[in-house]
Design a protein around this ligand. Sequence first.
Ligand code: NAD
Length: 411
Amino acid sequence: MKAFEAVVHYFNRAADELALTDNMRTLLITAKREVQVQIPIEMDSGELQTFIGYRVQHDDSRGPMKGGLRYHHEVDLDEVRSLASLMTWKTAVVNIPFGGAKGGIAVNVRKLSVRERERITRKFIDGIHDIIGPDVDIPAPDMGTGPEEMAWIMNQHNKYHGFNPGVVTGKPVEYYGIPGRDEATGRGVGIMAIKTLGRLGHKAEKTRVAIQGFGNVGSHTARFMQDATCKVVAISDLSGGYYNPQGIDVSAALQHVSRNKNSLAGFSGGELISNEALLELDVEILIPAALGGVITAENADRIRAPLIIEAANSPIRPEADDLLAARGIHILPDILANAGGVTVSYFEWAQNRQYYRWNLDRVRQELDRVLTTAFEEVWELAQERQVSLRTAAFMVGIGRVGRATVLGGIT
Ligand code: NAD
């Protein structure tokens, strides 16, 4: 099942519960606009290279469209389309006034210099500046992008349309960003994990956690879980997994990556294991926070964690989702679990529009409020309708988008 097909599969499960008509399903699942642009740049060597960039704008019935920008060599239209759709349901589940979009460039960022990254980013904005904007579509970081790219995006867009920092979120704090945006997705994952643990009657101090991916999301999640008294026994990145049954020293791991080009390679705080083995560890919580599609029908039977928190987007394939559910494994779905990032992006956008600075305490407090409300709504609906947390989250999201679509007038 390809990425977009997988989202449609989950969508249809929830749509069945909501008794949505076929025509309404087609309307809600079809993207409003899909754009592909050519990005020719001169590399540092003087050689000409041409990349492909995508922006899929899925739905704007509840507000301007919102979604990250991914730089990864496997990016294609199908993946971007699936992620754009997930953004629509995500912003609706947490009830922030945005729709859904996503973008990406098929490129291996590790092979680019800083100047090449800047040229690609600015050239991409040259291609899409007319279809994004603070009231239309607001990009943000995702895999392979961060505050640096967001600053270039704002600067390039403003050259065409005048000063307006609200065109993009996830900017550096010193350049119209908001404190707490960098930690927001990981912090949100942690908040949700602790709430789910509580509902399942487990104690944080008796909980062992394995986290795949130690980038923006994985590293902040690890820190939050450790601060919440859980024992983080495994972390990983592209260089492999690091396992320590006594608990990884997360601060030491953070220091290691900051001194080692963002890589855990050579980290001595745990035994080296593979990324595949990490997924199958005997832990209370498994948190995939790197790529999509890592839990499949092939390895689902070997997953031992009774609770999986989807920090990454789509880390579990639908076939595996069914196998895990049949074994009673609880899954907190991506559209709820990793919504902290887009929530704080909303605060950043609001701050930019108000020209009023928020402080970190206010950001954290509001984030907690938004995520707690969303979590309670989804949990209660799942109990009431006897459906999975994923189906309940989709039901809440689809319900809100469907109502806004009808209220706005369809034809
Ligand atoms: P990132 O680029 O900062 O980090 C990705 C991490 O995954 C790195 O540690 C990298 O080494 C690791 N990784 C890459 N390939 C791997 C592999 N094959 N096996 C194991 N580890 C691998 O990205 P991020 O922003 O942390 O995003 C991670 C996931 O979270 C993505 O699925 C993204 O869509 C999702 N997400 C991110 C945000 C956000 O605010 N950054 C918000 C919502 C969802």
